[in-house]
Design a protein around this ligand. Structure first.
Ligand SMILES: [Cu+2]
Length: 259
């Protein structure tokens, strides 16, 4: 794990790939920083007024300067084409199929995360802004048959480990940003848009608590976009569970609905 960059622990299948890319970018920046720094000091000395009473209007013509520029450009192209483009394409294009993934709606609002799971029918119930109340923050239409088995939570997202999670992200008011640092997920939630974002959690919450020796550790959903006065308290939690524990939790939620 790349501890030298001070990154949070890795808990999704693509976290390592992103961290690797991030580390390469930092190495390139370090080399450029040192290189340009040395060059700057050299130039201060080499082109000092005492040694060059008359200004040179043609500039540097040596092969080294051109070679360096080309080399830096090549490394940048490699980072973009070899790492960044493929990683981006996987995140936004290669979405998991809805049969295989746990599909869940996450709707941001000032200042909470609303979560909607479709029930066993596999269909999300209809929502309508006109039905939004304090008790029904998603505006779920309870008269819709598909809504009857929909589980909703606030600031709590339970997911099974090792299975793709496909989040359909939106927001009721302003722009928020859905940030799961350990999963290396960050996606803006835009009013009027339904943005897919996905990840495969690889470490359960319990296992991560042991790994970090922090018994009260939780994965957090952080709002990563300044969205208003209560932005600081807009945080939710992700509980990554074994498939069995998740099923148990979900069945309990379904039972609650029938009460
Ligand atoms: Cu927010």
């Amino acid at each position: 794990m790349l501890t030298y960059l001070g990154l949070p622990a890795q808990a999704s299948s693509h976290a390592e790939e992103l961290d690797h890319m991030l580390s390469l970018v930092h190495w390139l920046m370090l080399v450029l920083f040192i290189g340009w720094g040395i060059y700057f000091l050299y130039v201060l000395f080499r082109f000092r007024r005492g040694a060059n009473p008359v200004a040179n209007y043609t500039g540097a013509k040596g092969k080294i300067s051109k070679g360096t520029e080309v080399a830096v450009a090549i490394v940048e192209v490699i980072l973009l084409v070899g790492y960044a483009f493929p990683a981006w394409a996987t995140r936004v294009k290669a979405l998991p199929s809805e049969n295989e993934a746990l599909v869940v709606r996450v709707v941001g609002e000032q200042f909470a995360w609303n979560v909607q799971y479709h029930g066993p029918d596999g269909k999300f119930g209809r929502t309508d802004v006109r039905l939004v109340t304090a008790d029904n923050p998603l505006g779920l239409d309870k008269s819709d048959p598909a809504a009857k088995d929909d589980v909703t939570t606030i600031n709590q997202l339970n997911v099974p480990v090792g299975r793709p999670v496909l989040v359909r992200l939106s927001t009721k008011d302003v722009i928020h940003s859905f940030g799961l640092y350990e999963m290396r997920v960050k996606q803006d939630a835009i009013p009027g848009m339904d943005t897919p974002v996905w990840f495969i959690p690889t470490v359960t919450t319990d296992e991560m608590r042991q790994r970090l020796s922090k018994p009260d550790f939780d994965y957090e959903i952080t709002c990563s976009q300044l969205c208003g006065l209560g932005h600081f308290r807009m945080r939710g939690f992700v509980t990554v569970q074994s498939q069995a524990d998740f099923t148990k939790w979900f069945d309990e939620q379904l039972k609650e609905l029938q009460k």
